[in-house]
Design a protein around this ligand. Structure first.
Ligand SMILES: *[C@@H]1O[C@H](CO)[C@@H](O)[C@H](O)[C@H]1NC(C)=O
Ligand SMILES: *[C@@H]1O[C@H](CO)[C@@H](O)[C@H](O)[C@H]1NC(C)=O
Ligand SMILES: CC(=O)N[C@H]1CO[C@H](CO)[C@@H](O)[C@@H]1O
Length: 293
């Protein structure tokens, strides 16, 4: 019986490790999702897509900044209702639901404009416009998480209040730091206070390892944050060529980091440059599949 119990313990441990081992293979979508090559995004090995350029307005409306020539910024939630149009909703939902997709997680990435004001007044309650707008957007787009790309405000208390509000709605919360480890550690600790790790609301940290974050060491961020991170690399780009990384060079970087300290996965900033520069989604995706199976 002892051996039997041991076997079961061992098996369940293996299963648990296996469940945890599902690596994150991500890419930030800078280009308007109505214009990008969504077939390539769904079928190149990425499992996590993060739509960049979501902002909240002073009245709690939510806006999608499309960042693409010829595209219009659009208010996607207002007065507790989805207002972004059917085509956009169908496009975003299709990332996860199409039968040829490898994507199982959709996030939206935002800065922290107006978060502090709105958490102070009217607050994070379920009857506020902001809360209801995030409910409506989650339903319309089939979202899993909200990513915080705060690079300037760094107010811990309002960030935690906002993250907990999103957690009540059913979102996960993630960070995209390039600096300010102390801020991100405080937020991660307070948002997840009292929750077991499998139920953490702040369950991912995408770490910028390019441009302002070029000197970041994923291993040291992991040990200081108390959670595994997903390092991000900027693909080849003509705006800051010195920060651009080819697929081959990305493989070398990810492999080195992951050997020194096992990571949660890897990812890229961003799809717009892949398309503009005529790069291969497949090559960049294959790197992630290889290093983070
Ligand atoms: C989109 O990417 C796929 C590769 O996954 C490619 O075959 C196709 O030509 C691309 N479409 C456009 C419009 O560039
Ligand atoms: C998805 O399923 C539909 C209906 O079964 C089928 O027509 C289509 O070819 C499938 N697409 C892919 C990419 O498998
Ligand atoms: C994401 C990003 O900043 N991409 C830039 C790449 O370079 C071109 C200019 O050559 C910019 O227009 C893009 O914004």
């Amino acid at each position: 019986m002892k051996a039997h119990t041991l076997t079961i313990a061992l098996l369940s441990q293996l299963f648990f490790q296996n469940a945890l081992a599902a690596s994150i293979r991500s890419i930030f979508l800078f280009k308007d999702v109505l214009k990008s090559n969504t077939t390539a995004l769904k079928t190149s090995g990425f499992n996590s897509l993060i739509i960049f350029g979501i902002g909240i307005l002073d009245n709690g409306d939510i806006k999608y900044y499309s960042n693409t020539a010829g595209s219009k910024d659009v208010v996607v939630a207002s007065g507790g209702a989805y207002t972004g149009g059917d085509a956009l909703a169908a496009k975003v939902r299709s990332f996860k639901t199409d039968n040829d997709t490898g994507v199982d997680r959709m996030e939206i990435s935002m800065n922290s404009q107006h978060v502090k004001d709105l958490m102070a007044k009217p607050g994070p309650g379920a009857d506020t416009p902001l809360y209801r707008n995030f409910v409506a957007l989650k339903t319309a787009w089939g979202l899993d998480a909200v990513n915080n790309d705060d690079e300037s405000i760094y107010d811990v208390a309002s960030t935690v209040a906002f993250a907990k509000m999103l957690g009540k709605i059913g979102y996960k919360y993630t960070g995209a730091p390039y600096t300010n480890l102390n801020f991100w550690t405080s937020v991660k600790t307070q948002v997840n206070q009292g929750l077991s790790e499998s139920n953490w609301v702040m369950d991912r940290m995408y770490l910028q390892c390019y441009d302002g974050g070029a000197g970041n060491d994923p291993g040291s961020w992991q040990s200081r944050l108390g959670m595994k991170v997903v390092p991000l690399i900027w693909v080849t780009n003509d705006s800051k060529p010195s920060q651009g990384t080819t697929a081959a060079a990305a493989r070398t970087k990810f492999t080195g980091w992951n050997q020194r300290s096992a990571l949660a996965g890897g990812g890229y900033w961003n799809d717009y440059d892949i398309e503009k520069m005529g790069l291969s989604y497949k090559q960049y995706g294959d790197v992630l599949k290889g290093v983070f199976p």
